[in-house]
Each structure stands twice: as structure tokens, then as C-alpha cells.
Design a protein around this ligand. Structure first.
Ligand code: PHE
Length: 494
């Protein structure tokens, strides 16, 4: 994430064309905006599509299987960021990874816009692969726009996070409206158009990137490069074998796939941490930082376990437990997907201001994580109460809005802080992997959610949330108790 060879530090410091930020940020801003528009637009109707009957154009899964698929799907998307990191770091560089990723995503949304069931499943897989290639690399290219000590870097990332949320705010309205009139495939086609717009911005804005992401930082030897197709085939075969093995305890293909992805999503971070802790390239000081990072990472995992139910259990609540019209106006269930992004857009500047004013005092990074995890736990308990209280479309819209606001305040404490803590606490030798490790917190959290959902299918949503809330609040208490210890171990990085 240092400055690139194409761009002198002097040039970079004088480029202030986009809100005082380098011109290239506007390119990446709009690419991310439209990519997230397509991702969250698709995710806003995915559950409804999965559980709707075939006559209505859905895939007819049970509620429990549909929600588990939404979770495991999110898990797969962020798990594949390992692949994206590898492609950028060792094979084609970040800029081309984003380009190819974008094309694959668009092809995926086009397939989702077509009626056959097989097209839908292939589309879902393509969107996941493409997002894995695109998402981590577009963020690392943001870092490359700045010279190493450019003070604007953090502000640049904040502006970039706005792009995520503007895209996520707008698309549920568009996709919901299309779904309401012409059905699911029309909704998915909006995602395809969004991604096409992202690609146009990427093509036309390329010159402003001034070489960011062009380099392959750590290229494979030509021998390994030649073996790449073989590795690819090997990976697919290994996945197939893993899915077969899960057949020893599962009796449907869907549950086998869910278990296979769960094993990978939980196994990958264990391997990452174990390798980092034991690597001779890691100094003892870095090992201390890593020890401090581990509980933060677990907190993030639990946070995303609950937060990513936005498009799962919370979407179910929007459709089945919340009133369908207010004052004569029909409320699309998709609209609730916009509450989180809107809260972020409104409150991010406020939180940024508070953190700057209180720099060096409470809350420390660890305390912010503890607050974030606590908020997620509280929102889960609130959802538990809501599911028990309002059945059959009786909940006023304020119920779900409240749950989203509580959760999103937690996100504001944890997510932006987590990204910068990850890059500060990662051992230097593993820097390029650190972003993938951060995304794995979301992959692992959603894998756990998928498992809990399929294990507790018959117990009901209120119980599901009660278990999530108690588990998460329990960990939040532990994290709070650990805060002084963590702060001590990471003091030299703050
Ligand atoms: N809303 C965030 C985004 O889409 C959620 C997220 C956080 C995803 C961290 C991945 C990693 O970018």
C-alpha cells in the first residue's frame, strides 16, 4: 500500500482535484459506488427470490435454507477475497484484478436476470468470484493513491466508505421497485446495469489512477505461473472432495455445500493466525500486536455474524412481520435495507469528529470494538423481542428501523476503526494479506450464522436472536475486561 513507482510523492501531494483528494479517488469512488449498488441491490431481493414459490418466479427453498444460503453466500464472497489478494499480489496486479472482477460480476448479474434456475445458481457463484477479485483490490488501490506519509489518507478512506453506502442506500429502492412491478429477474437486471456503469467509470477514469495497481508486487516465478491452471484444477477438485466428505453427515447437497464453505471460512483464519504466530519473519513485538489483534478480530466476527443478517433474518422480518403500508403508501420490504447505509452517511461525520476530538483518550481502539460488539448484541436481543411480539405484518416500521440504527451505530464504532487497526497490527511480512484477514472476520461470522440457522431451523427466529444476543454480549463483557490488556499490547502503534 505504499506509493507506486509511476507516481512521484510530489505529484501525489499536489493532486487535490476531488474534494481536496487525488483525482484517482473519484474513479475508485464511483467504481465502488456502482459495484456496491449492484451487490446490495442483489442482496436486497436474494432471500425473497430464494424462498418464493416457483409460480411466483422464486426458487422455492424453505425459509431456514434460504436464510442459510444468504449467509453462506456472504461468507463465500469475502472468503474469495483471499483469491483476489493472491491475483493482485502475485499474478495480474490490483488494477486488472478489479477490471476482470467487474466483468465477472456483471456476467453473474446478467445470468441472474435470466429465468432458468441453473442460470441463477451460476450467476450467484460468478458474483461471488468477481467480488472476491474486485472488492479487496479496489480498497488497496485507494491506499496507493497516497504517498506514504500523506495525511489525507484517512480522510480518503472515509470518503471511499461513503461511496459504499451511497450505492447501498439507493439500490434497494430501484431494485425493490423493479421487483414489485416486473419480478425478481427485472430486479437483478438493475444490478447488472449498475455494474456496467461501474465498468464505464473504470475504463474512462483509468488515466487518473496514474499507475495505481499496475504493479504485481510479488510476482510468481514463471515456473509457478505455468502451473497455475493445474493449481486451479486442484482447488476445484479439492472443493468437490470436501463437499463429498460433508455427505458423511449431511443428506442434501445444499447442506453439504454450506458445511464445506463453513469449514473453509473457519479454517482459513485459523491457518492465517497460526502461520503468522509461528513465522520466523514475525518479530516478537509483532507477535505481541497479533495477540492484541486476535480478540478484536473475534469481536468483529461476532459483529458481522449479526450485522449481515440485514439481508437474512431482518429482511424476513421486513417481509413477514412488518406492516406493508403506512398512511396509504405501500412499503416495499427492500426499503429497510437502506436504513443502515443512510445512518452511516448521516452519522459517519459525527463519529469522525468525536474520534478526532477524543484522540488519545477514551474510547481506545479496543473500547470502540467492545462498544460495537455490545451494540450488535443489543440489536439481536431487540430483534428477539420483536420477532416474539409482532407476527403477521403487525410491527410498525419503527421497530425494524430501531434495530438497524442500533446495529449501525455499532458498525460505525467497529468497521472503519477495524480496517485501520488491521493494517497497523499486521506483521510487515504479511501486510498484503492483512486486508484478506479482515474480510475473513465477515466470512467466518456469516459461516457461523449459516450453521446456527440450519441447526436452529425449528426453534424460531426469536430464539435464534436470543442465542445470538446472549453469546455476543457475553463476548462483549470479556472484551471490555480485556481492554486494558489489549491497549497495553498495542500502545506503541497508536
Ligand atoms: N458495508 C461494508 C461494505 O460493503 C461491509 C463490509 C465491511 C464488507 C468489511 C466487508 C468488510 O464494504
Amino acid at each position: 500500500m505504499s506509493s507506486t513507482s509511476h507516481l512521484t510523492d510530489e505529484d501525489a501531494l499536489h493532486d487535490r482535484a476531488f474534494f481536496g483528494q487525488p483525482r484517482g479517488l473519484s474513479t475508485l469512488f464511483f467504481v465502488e459506488l456502482w459495484e456496491r449498488f449492484s451487490y446490495y441491490g442483489m442482496r436486497a431481493i436474494l432471500l425473497y427470490f430464494l424462498i418464493d414459490t416457483a409460480e411466483n418466479g422464486g426458487l422455492g427453498l424453505t425459509e431456514s435454507n434460504g436464510t442459510a444460503v444468504v449467509s453462506i453466500y456472504g461468507s463465500m464472497v469475502y472468503l474469495l477475497s483471499i483469491l483476489g489478494g493472491f491475483a493482485a499480489d502475485r499474478v495480474i496486479g490490483a488494477r486488472r484484478s478489479v477490471l476482470y472482477g467487474g466483468m465477472v460480476i456483471m456476467a453473474g448479474h446478467v445470468l441472474l436476470a435470466l429465468p432458468p434456475e441453473a442460470a441463477a445458481w451460476s450467476g450467484i457463484v460468478l458474483v461471488a468470484i468477481g467480488t472476491g477479485l474486485l472488492k479487496p483490490n479496489v480498497s488497496s488501490m485507494v491506499g496507493e493513491l497516497y504517498a506514504t506519509h500523506d495525511r489525507r489518507r484517512d480522510a480518503g478512506f472515509s470518503i471511499f466508505y461513503m461511496a459504499v453506502n451511497v450505492g447501498a442506500l439507493v439500490s434497494p429502492f430501484v431494485v425493490g421497485w423493479l421487483r414489485d412491478r416486473w419480478g425478481y429477474h427485472a430486479g437483478f437486471s438493475a444490478a447488472a446495469v449498475g455494474m456496467a456503469i461501474a465498468l464505464v467509470f473504470y475504463f474512462t477514469g483509468r488515466k487518473h489512477l496514474r499507475g495505481a495497481g499496475d504493479d504485481v508486487p510479488n510476482p510468481l516465478s514463471s515456473r509457478d505461473r505455468a502451473r497455475l491452471p493445474l493449481f486451479g484444477i486442484g482447488a476445484v477438485v479439492a472443493l468437490a472432495v470436501l463437499i463429498m466428505i460433508t455427505g458423511l453427515w449431511r443428506d442434501t447437497f445444499l447442506l453439504q455445500v454450506i458445511d464445506a464453505i463453513t469449514i473453509l471460512s473457519l479454517g482459513a483464519p485459523v491457518v492465517y493466525f497460526a502461520v503468522m504466530f509461528r513465522s520466523p519473519k514475525v518479530t516478537s513485538r509483532e507477535r505481541t500486536h497479533l495477540a492484541a489483534y486476535l480478540p478484536l478480530w473475534i469481536g468483529a466476527m461476532l459483529f458481522w455474524m449479526i450485522a449481515e443478517q440485514a439481508a437474512g433474518k431482518m429482511a424476513l422480518f421486513a417481509q413477514q412481520n412488518t406492516v406493508t403500508s403506512v398512511g396509504g403508501i405501500d412499503v416495499d420490504p427492500e426499503w429497510f435495507q437502506s436504513v443502515g447505509p443512510l445512518t452511516i452517511i448521516l452519522l459517519a461525520p459525527v463519529f469522525g469528529w468525536i474520534w478526532t476530538r477524543r484522540a488519545g483518550r477514551f474510547p481506545s481502539t479496543a473500547a470502540k470494538f467492545a462498544i460495537g460488539v455490545t451494540m450488535a448484541g443489543l440489536s439481536a436481543l431487540f430483534m428477539s423481542w420483536a420477532f416474539a411480539t409482532f407476527t403477521d405484518n403487525t410491527a410498525p416500521v419503527t421497530v425494524l428501523i430501531t434495530a438497524f440504527v442500533i446495529l449501525t451505530i455499532g458498525e460505525l464504532c467497529l468497521s472503519p476503526v477495524g480496517l485501520s487497526a488491521t493494517t497497523r497490527l499486521a506483521p510487515v511480512a504479511f501486510m498484503s494479506q492483512s486486508l484478506a484477514l479482515w474480510y475473513l472476520a465477515s466470512a467466518a461470522g456469516q459461516a457461523i450464522a449459516a450453521q446456527l440457522i440450519s441447526a436452529m431451523g425449528s426453534l424460531g427466529n426469536s430464539t435464534y436472536y436470543l442465542v445470538n444476543g446472549v453469546m455476543t454480549l457475553g463476548f462483549a463483557v470479556a472484551l471490555t475486561a480485556l481492554t486494558p490488556w489489549i491497549r497495553g499490547k498495542m500502545k506503541d502503534t497508536e
